[in-house]
Design a protein around this ligand. Structure first.
Ligand code: ZN
Length: 288
């Protein structure tokens, strides 16, 4: 028995063979699938799927990289959607500084930021890009805070997306310590960072990256952290584990993620399945 804690089942990738995807998940022992919203529209579709299929549950939220497209008020529609008992958490929300305007500009010019800084080529264009960076970051921060506030108000936990924004993410979450718990999904940090998260009573979850040849450091973290402090996920349709790497990922692959962690820890698969299922069962609000 496994819970796939992070799927994007509403993405068009799954439309052609949706029922087969669910069947394969069941055959792999994945008894519950949590589908994650990334925008208001995607969250609405997640809720629809959760209403239609008894083994699918929804997490609703607006992803940080959708901050520019999201409307002025995302909280009213989210609060409305959260009334549905199939909604088990808020997310995914957080911070993503991977594609800041200044980084995009540097990419366009095929020069690294470090190089540009070293040359001190503070052209007007660059100064402007840095101003945009600040505005973009503060919009993300506001969207993130609003969703944390909503989660705390509703007594729900939060699925966290964090990329290249570690310190700011923890800073924004700090006032919510003890009010809600977060899962740092698709965890790719160090053991120390995992420890920081756990010390604040949050969790991490691992994807198919634990099976990658270049995933040794994540695999090591998955081996070292306490058995009750992590969950398993796929982040499908992305990040298909070996031997499906590069193909479409699907919830059935949660089993490969769990098997890989079990073998890295030298434990029977059943033990990982039981622990991660129990952890997910407590983290998400399944029966409310
Ligand atoms: Zn995701």
């Amino acid at each position: 028995m496994l819970i796939e804690t992070h799927a994007h089942l509403d993405y068009p990738d799954f439309a052609p063979d949706f029922d087969d995807v669910l069947r394969r998940a069941t055959e792999a022992g994945v008894t519950r699938i949590i589908t994650i919203g990334t925008s208001i529209e995607s969250s609405r579709r997640a809720v629809e799927l959760a209403e239609k299929y008894p083994n699918i549950f929804a997490v609703i939220g607006v992803h940080p990289t959708y901050v520019e497209e999201s409307g002025e008020d995302v909280i009213s529609p989210l609060r409305e959607l959260a009334k549905n008992p199939r909604v088990v958490a808020i997310g995914e929300t957080g911070l993503d500084y991977h594609s800041l305007p200044s980084i995009e500009l540097a990419k366009e010019r095929k020069i690294s930021q470090v190089f540009a800084k070293a040359l001190q080529t503070s052209t007007e264009e660059q100064i402007e890009a840095e101003i945009h960076d600040g505005a973009y970051k503060s919009k993300q921060a506001s969207l993130f805070e609003q969703q944390l506030e909503l989660a705390a108000e509703l007594g729900l936990n939060v699925v966290i997306h964090q990329r290249d924004a570690w310190d700011d993410t923890l800073e924004i979450m700090r006032p919510y310590t003890g009010k809600l718990r977060g899962v740092f999904h698709c965890f790719g940090g160090t053991l120390e960072q995992a420890g920081e998260v756990i010390a604040l009573d949050h969790l991490v979850s691992f994807t198919g990256i634990v099976t990658f040849k270049n995933g040794a450091s994540v695999r090591e973290v998955a081996t070292q952290i306490p058995l009750w402090k992590f969950m398993v996920e796929t982040d499908c349709p992305y990040l298909a584990p070996v031997p499906f790497r590069g193909k479409r990922c699907e919830p059935a692959h949660t089993r490969i993620v769990a098997e890989s962690i079990a073998s890295a820890r030298g434990l029977p698969f059943e033990e990982i399945a039981e622990a991660t299922t129990d952890t997910a069962d407590k983290f998400f609000r399944f029966a409310r």
